[in-house]
Design a protein around this ligand. Structure first.
Ligand SMILES: Cc1cc2nc3c(=O)[nH]c(=O)nc-3n(C[C@H](O)[C@H](O)[C@H](O)COP(=O)(O)OP(=O)(O)OC[C@H]3O[C@@H](n4cnc5c(N)ncnc54)[C@H](O)[C@@H]3O)c2cc1C
Length: 384
């Protein structure tokens, strides 16, 4: 007989771990299944930055703010250290067009209560001494962001969930959804059928693999994001740093890289990012991508040229054409929910589980989720 749960969460990245934990805390018998190890998808590949800098401004600010506000008390809530530390961020500006794009965001961010300013190049040595200020016109500076240890956060969520009865099964791939009488009834895996009245797909870039079996295609796309980590160094970054070019059309940077640099609390530099289109869901870091990353990082931060790279990696990272997440119930298939494609995922992790609990229990949501409906129509000319 199939093991029976109230809810099955498919995919143990940030979103799946957070959702599964909150569902268990809410008293629902919850199973979390993951095809690989915990965090086997994009969540093993990231820097752990809590970033409001790239927030989508039309509908996502309430979500971004709700997440950001949770971090100072998150470790207390989880009863575990997740390596949270406060950091600022810089978006480096190289062109007049980027300056205009950043300037246009400022009033909206500030009105929402997110501190942000445009710093000309002359001010940058004070904010980020490692940066060569001659390489930029300036930067958009967000002084109040942060960073966590990605794996510590995933495991803290799971421990909290398990303390409330959460069942976790790694190496258990959802092969197809079980549908009965027009609604979702469970998940089929190679290890057997698991029954549940509700299923939440937190499957990131893989979500449409399951969707296609049901004739569904949600607006989820992905790139293969690639990065490398250096040996630990006594050099210190004050901020996590990316290029304002991320706000431009950079999906097809095969052979190139756009600056995204951060440092772990132990002093290792995390250098990225080369993003390749990737229909095959490959997890291979390409040598030309690594060379491009090293070139772009040392152009802005010459001192990093003396460091050795320790490890490279790549992972498929989900996004949507309109920059809004897919978060909500699937139309026409009661019991199925999707939560993926967040523009910045770490920042929403403390709040997304509660939103999913409310969806499943039919409770009102403090945040308007209607713009995030997975089955929304997207004008493909629209860019966030
Ligand atoms: C170099 C780099 C740096 C980044 N830095 C940051 C950062 O600092 N801050 C930030 O917010 N974001 C960052 N990101 C993006 C971030 O990593 C992702 O947005 C985030 O990890 C997505 O989390 P997720 O839970 O939605 O998806 P994923 O982590 O991809 O989780 C989906 C999970 O579902 C599992 N799965 C898929 N199909 C099935 C199936 N059929 N059955 C069972 N399990 C299945 C997968 O194995 C995977 O573990 C970065 C990305 C890269 C590449």
């Amino acid at each position: 007989m199939a093991a029976t749960f109230d809810v099955i969460v498919v995919g143990a990245g940030y979103i799946g771990c957070a959702a599964a934990a909150e569902l268990a805390v809410a008293g629902l018998r919850t199973l979390l299944i993951e095809r690989g190890e915990i965090g086997a998808g994009a969540s093993r590949a990231n820097y752990g930055n809590v970033q409001a800098q790239d927030a989508e401004l039309t509908h996502s600010l309430p979500l971004t703010l709700a997440g950001l506000s949770r971090f100072p008390a998150l470790e207390e809530q989880l009863g575990a250290s997740v390596g949270y530390r406060r950091l600022g961020s810089l978006l480096l500006i190289e062109t007049a067009a980027q300056w205009q794009t950043m300037a246009a965001r400022l009033p909206i961010l500030r009105a929402a209560g997110i501190a942000a300013e445009l710093a000309p190049a002359e001010r940058l040595p004070e904010i980020e001494p490692l940066l060569d200020p001659q390489t930029v016109l300036g930067a958009c500076y967000h002084p109040h962001e942060g960073q966590v240890d990605p794996f510590a956060l995933l495991w803290a969520c799971l421990r909290r969930g398990r303390a409330h009865g959460l069942t976790v099964r790694a190496h258990t791939q959802a092969l197809e959804l079980e549908i009965a009488q027009g609604r979702v009834a469970g998940v089929r895996t190679a290890q057997g059928l698991f029954s549940a009245g509700a299923v939440v797909l937190t499957t990131g870039a893989w979500t449409n693999q399951l969707g296609r079996q049901m004739g569904r295609a949600w607006p989820i796309q992905h790139v293969r994001g690639q990065a490398l980590v250096t040996e630990a160094s006594a050099l210190r970054l004050n901020n996590h740093i990316a290029s304002a070019a991320f706000f431009e059309d950079i999906e097809n940077t095969a052979g190139g890289a756009v600056l995204a640099i951060s440092q772990t609390a132990r002093g290792h530099f995390l250098l990225g990012e080369a993003a390749y289109p990737d229909p095959d869901m490959s997890q291979r870091a390409e040598p030309d991508g690594m060379r491009a990353i090293a070139a772009v990082a040392t152009r802005f931060f010459p001192a990093l040229g003396a460091l050795r790279a320790l490890r490279t990696w790549a992972a498929p990272v989900a996004s949507t054409p309109d920059g809004l997440p897919c978060l909500g119930a699937v139309e026409g298939l009661p019991g199925l929910y999707i939560a993926t494609g967040f523009k910045s995922t770490v920042i929403v992790t403390p709040v997304v589980g509660e939103l999913i609990v409310n969806l499943i229990l039919g409770r009102p949501s403090a945040i308007d989720l209607s713009p995030f409906r997975p089955d929304r129509r997207i004008d493909h000319a629209h860019r966030p």
